[in-house]
Design a protein around this ligand. Sequence first.
Ligand code: GDP
Ligand code: ZN
Length: 459
Amino acid sequence: MKEFDTIAAIATPVGEGGISIIRVSGEKAIEISDSVFRAKNGKKISEMNTYTMRYGNIIDRETDDIIDEVIVALMKGPKSFTAEDVVEINCHGGVVATNKVLEQVIKAGARIAEPGEFTKRAFLNGRIDLSQAEAVMDIISAKTEVSMKAAVQQSKGRLSREINVLCDNLLNVLAAIEHTVDFTEDDEEIDPSVTENIKHKVEEFLQNTNNLLETAEEGKIIREGLSMVIVGKPNVGKSSLLNVLLNEKRAIVTDIAGTTRDVIEEYINLDGIPIKIVDTAGIRDTEDVVERIGVERSREKINEADLVVLMLDMSRELDNEDREIIESVKGKKYICILNKIDLNTKLNDKIVDELENKIETSTVTGFGIDVLKEKIKDMFFNGNIDTESIIITNTRHKQALFRAKENCEIALKEINNNAFLDLVSIYITSALKALGEITGAEIEEDLVNKIFSDFCVGK
Ligand code: GDP
Ligand code: ZN
């Protein structure tokens, strides 16, 4: 692998802008940059102090023509983003100028960086661990302030510290097992208090792991947004609700039943929580092909959603279509909206009385919309979002934690069955390995490459 050669890439978004930055990192970053840079004061980058900047020109090495006027910044390793020598060339924004500067740097001996390769080097050089590297990507793609805060916490190593504590828990268990096995004769009974102590340690680990896993639902919502689907028969007011939540007319609202033919998706920002709202065609059996596509997808969307908003029309009597839709939300987290409260109420049914989380609304007057918003926050964040405590936002981390938990549960069962402690230690070791995948202490190279390939170029 050409691991530690010198790499370069445009680190700013491509397009017209005030400035663009070309980042060069590696053993020869200074030497390569020096060969294309001519400082106004005639000095070399190699003579610069770290964390200083210098003004000058990038020149074409073959023709000696000036390509762009630039400011060069030097950050010497190991105190740089990649922990290697890094030179950042601030040139004029604009696709042509930027590409020409990059081209010169490449001609001088650097290689075009792969997506995420700068961050990957920071990881491979031991400056940050894997969960911190992933947080760098999350910071870039954060949709709201809340998801940004969670990512920043993680990038500072909050999660890594927590995981390392869990690893220590398990290492203690392994040490206790080893000690016991070493000091027990083959035919000797193991002192029950020793086994009890090991068991206690595993239980403690499971408690801590479960606490962390419990944050994963909130974490996923913070990172990806809460997915909420609005369902109801035609004309109950689904599109109107979507519009009220969006504060604008986006979905088509009509009096003709079945106008919302396809599924519409929109994002709203509810006090920092991104919510992805899906408006669907009413769920019902239909002959209409176009509409049927919408209906099938509605069913799919109900299954995928974190929250289902079931809408009923107060101005009409409950019919079989409503009943079928009510049936379809059973087992899901739902809120039942009783809409058109501004009209005469005709909806009166025992089935509706039995539904939970009912809110009366009018999308025409706006009545009940604030109550709906509060209800959503209550159901998912107990009313407020805690950005200070540690939250699992990454599915990969969640899965690894889950595997650690499963292995320890088996270990616990084996202890209770009086299994040989050697067998127990196999499961504890597997759990430890799963945790190591989060920080990158124990991870296959393929997976590392896959994680970083999702990054953007220049990061
Ligand atoms: P959808 O088919 O469920 O998406 O329903 P729409 O949002 O297209 O609304 C159907 C009709 O009901 C439109 O004429 C809306 O103006 C009307 N409507 C929606 N919500 C209310 C409400 O709260 N009160 C009243 N009076 N009319 C409403
Ligand atoms: Zn609609």
